[in-house]
Structures are given as C-alpha cells and as structure tokens.
Write a protein that binds this ligand. Sequence first.
Ligand SMILES: Cc1cc2nc3c(=O)[nH]c(=O)nc-3n(C[C@H](O)[C@H](O)[C@H](O)COP(=O)(O)OP(=O)(O)OC[C@H]3O[C@@H](n4cnc5c(N)ncnc54)[C@H](O)[C@@H]3O)c2cc1C
Length: 414
Amino acid sequence: MSTVAVVGGGIVGLATARALARSGYDVVLIEKEAALAQHQTGRNSGVVHAGLYYPPGSLKARMAAAGSASMYAYAREKGIPHDNCGKLVVACDASELPGLATLAERAAANGVPATMLTPEQARAHEPYVRCVQALHVQTTGIIDYPGVCRSLADDVVAAGGELRLGVAFEGAESVGGIPDGGGAGVGGSGGGGRAAGVRVATSAGELRVDALVACAGLYADRVAAASGFEPEARIVPFRGEYFELSPDKHYLVRGLIYPVPDPRFPFLGVHLTRMVGGGVHAGPNAVLALRREGYTWRDVDLAELRDSLAWPGLWQLAKRNVVPGAREVIRSLSRRQFAASLSRLVPGIAADDLHPAPAGVRAQALRRDGSMVEDFLVQTHGRQIHVLNAPSPAATAALEIADHVCAHVIGSLS
Ligand SMILES: Cc1cc2nc3c(=O)[nH]c(=O)nc-3n(C[C@H](O)[C@H](O)[C@H](O)COP(=O)(O)OP(=O)(O)OC[C@H]3O[C@@H](n4cnc5c(N)ncnc54)[C@H](O)[C@@H]3O)c2cc1C
C-alpha cells in the first residue's frame, strides 16, 4: 500500500486525506497547530457558495457548483448544521445594474439557479433590504465548517488514516528517482525525473512516504519552496475583519445579503451573513495582514511583512487599487465607515450595532506582475502535489478539490 503524507489540517487537507484514505492509501496528515481548522477554515463566513462569480469553465465555477451540492449532501448524511437559505445580491443604485446583469449571465453560464427580482420581490425574501434590483441565488447557504472538519477527521481515522497534530512540516526532498528517459539511478530533489518517494522533515522527526500532498493555506508557497521548487506566485495575506450585529438588530437579516462586487477587486465586498449557530456576521473587509496568521493590526511579524513587501506583485497590485485599497483601510479603522457600507444594503445599521468578532486571513496567490491567480491551482512535481491557491470558495468546493488532488496523486504514483 502506498503511503501519502498530507500537510495541513484545514478543510482542503482533511478532505484530501479522507479521499486518499478511502481510496486505499496509507495516509498520515500533519498539522502544526494543536487543533484542526484553526486558520482560514475556522475563520471564514461559513457560506456554501453557489458558484456564480467565477469565469465559466474555471475550476472555481465547476467545483463550487458541484461542491455546494456535495457539501450539502455530506452535511445531511453526517447531521452537520447547515441551511440552504439562498442569498440576495443587491444593486443599491442604477450604477450597479450592469454589474448585477453580468452576475446573472455568469450564473446562467455556470448552471447556477438565480432569479432577477424587483425591489418588492426582494423584500419578500429580505423585508429590510434597500435596492433597485436584486439577484436571488437559490443554492447558496450556510454551514458549520469546523463541524465539517471534525467529521472529515473522523472519516480519515475510520478509513485507517492518522492525524498528527502539533507537528510542523519543515522540508521535503524527492528521493530515489528514475531520471526522465527511463534509466536507473538516484534522482535529485525538485521536478526533474520520476522520484520514487519523498523524505519529509517534520518537527517530530522524518517521514519517508511514497507521495506528499501539501495543503498549507497561508504557507502554501513556503512549503513548496521548502520542498525544492519556487512557485511562480507568492501567497499574500489579506485580513478580513468581521463584526457581529447586535441581537436587537438580528431581525433586519433573514439570510445572506451581498453587494454587487467591484469587478476590479478580487473580494466580494462586506456583506451580512446569518450564521448557522445563530447571530449575524457583517464583513469581511480586505486589508493587508502584517503577518500571515495576523488577525489584528497589532499582530506583526517583521520578517513576513518584509517578505510580502519585497514581492513586486504586491506593489503592482497596490498601484492598480489605490482607491479601493485606501477605502478598505479606512473602513478597517472606522466602525462608522463599516456601518455605512452595510446600511447601503440594509438601512438602519449604525456603528453602535456592530461588535468586533474574530477576523480571518485569506491566502491569495499573487504573481510577480501583480495579477491574482484567479483559479484554484494544484501543481505536481514528481511525487509531490502542492495546492498553491485555494481561496474562497475552496471551503465549499473542498470535497471536489480533494477528488482532483487525489487524481494527481494517483497519476504521480502510476
Ligand atoms: C475571511 C474569510 C472568509 C471566507 N469565507 C468563505 C466562505 O464563506 N465560503 C467558502 O467556501 N470559503 C470561504 N473562505 C475561503 C476558505 O475559508 C478557504 O478557501 C479554505 O478554508 C482553505 O482551506 P485550506 O485547508 O486550504 O486552508 P487552511 O484552513 O488555512 O488550512 C491550512 C492548514 O495548514 C496548516 N499549515 C500551514 N503550514 C504548515 C506547516 N509548515 N506544517 C503543518 N501544517 C501547516 C495550517 O496551520 C492550517 O491549519 C473564506 C476565507 C477567509 C479567510
């Protein structure tokens, strides 16, 4: 039986470990934290995305649409809290109508059920929303992602896999390879030749495995670099800050209310999300995190910050997004501005109604020229498979990404 090491105990690593263990591989998952889902997966909006935003044919479009269906099915099977409540994307004035129409076209192209509504029809779903038109997306919903992770972890163990928590990946080297062209011999590290195995250095000693899968989220590029190859894009961490709406204002939001996203900006804009465990979250915004796992402005790692600032892509991106970038920083520093963005969607939300809630940090791969890696990105190097870009909607799509990665593993071992 082939042995596979999986790095990362977020939803992508866990779903991948589960798919591999259920396919008959001997799996060991290592996670540097003492508990699972401590970073992106445990700090997100808890939304099951329908797949309407993404370019038709992209992995994101296909895997969000298929992934929302498989995620709901998994939650039903395992009794995990979820609610396919639907969402409204609202155009607050006429200038946003073309953007809303584009989203409706995207939804149709991606096979996502969505209906354009008049303001009166929108208010039948969300009585307090303010809009000139809205798009109702039926298959969007909410779910308990940490609960999904606990269940995936149980599945891994039930299928004979092993979870090692508090164990950090430190480096990997492909070993014992056969060079391309078929001759016998010992291969080096990195992409050349077909390696026969991978030596993995961890904080708890060395592992010798047949294949390595890295799903390291905010450290995806670092883990790749420590495994012998430099990815063309670097992870840049963007913090998303949230507020919790006062309980006396919960009545203002029944489900999910989103703005029309600014097409120049890669994030969806601050929105209102009813959480599956109760309460209403407002956010997230998007500001540069001063540490990859930096959840407040005070959370700074100078070496990591220097690393982010030394990446030319960040400056290119900043140059192209001066206005929206500055707006995000102002909104981060001013609760009044944050409330103003929300009250465009639902009048009556004021700064006093917002209470700080834990933030999340998005791992976004950014190329040297400042362009974002838009789609999910998985690359194989010999017997190493690296998930190099898995931003939103990767939680929704985790079961599909897992099958995709599993196919890479099977290919690398055959
Ligand atoms: C603010 C925010 C809101 C979002 N909202 C949504 C949403 O509503 N719906 C949705 O579908 N997606 C959403 N996303 C995106 C989604 O959360 C991520 O795409 C998804 O969680 C990625 O999972 P992951 O397993 O790749 O990463 P992570 O959850 O970050 O897991 C990576 C793991 O790797 C571990 N690791 C890193 N380095 C090492 C190492 N050296 N050794 C061992 N372990 C290591 C980390 O500790 C971590 O546990 C959101 C993300 C954010 C940040």
